[in-house]
Ligand binder design. Structure first.
Ligand SMILES: [Fe+2]
Length: 198
């Protein structure tokens, strides 16, 4: 079995996922999970790596197997074949509501609390004239959450429930995830360069 670390996780993601936007989603959730590991985990470097890896690969099977029958089950099988431990596989299974795998640990709760929210924050940044995360604040995210026509595929209830089950105030959690994503704004193409490029 290969060692499981950020590099092998990235290789797994990019082996199965060609879509730039899905890769960016993975990076955004990774950044949020790394930040969460410091707040809700034990603060160790090992925890940060583990939480980050889980964020990075949580949807790795989605591009190939997007149906509810397959995702994240197919991915789970592949992870098992490749020697990924139960802790990682269980967290990934638990992020999909319909698997019936409960979210028991802070790690599992954080993945659920960051997943849809990271996608939503990205969507809010993309409608700014600058397409920049620097322009996104808690207020603009909350405002868009009320706009049903905006980013319809993002389940608002999941965002609300995610923060609630983690025991954090929703506004605080939104702000926390925005800040977590800002250092990688360039990788996410949310640093203003996309707007300049036209
Ligand atoms: Fe996701």
């Amino acid at each position: 079995m290969n060692e499981i670390n950020r590099e092998t996780a990235w290789n797994l993601l990019t082996e199965f996922t060609q879509s730039e936007s899905l890769r960016k989603h993975a990076l955004a959730v990774e950044a949020c999970m790394r930040a969460c590991s410091k707040k809700h985990g034990d603060g160790s470097r090992e925890a940060e790596e583990l939480w980050g890896v889980i964020g990075l690969i949580h949807d790795f099977d989605y591009e190939r197997w997007p149906s509810l029958e397959d995702h994240p089950y197919r991915g789970n099988e592949i992870l098992e074949q490749r020697g990924y431990p139960d802790q990682i596989r269980r967290a990934i299974m638990s992020h999909a509501e319909y698997t019936g795998v409960t979210r028991d640990t802070p790690l599992e709760k954080c993945l659920f609390a960051c997943d849809e929210l990271a996608g939503f924050i990205t969507a809010v940044a993309l409608i700014k004239p600058s397409k920049s995360l620097a322009e996104v604040d808690v207020k603009s995210v909350r405002k868009r959450m009320k706009d049903k026509a905006f980013a319809r595929k993002v389940n608002r209830e999941d965002i609300i429930q995610g923060a609630a089950s983690l025991g954090v105030d929703l506004d605080e959690h939104i702000g926390f995830c925005i800040e977590a994503m800002k250092p990688i704004a360039g990788e996410l193409s949310l640093d203003g360069s996309a707007a300049k490029a036209g």
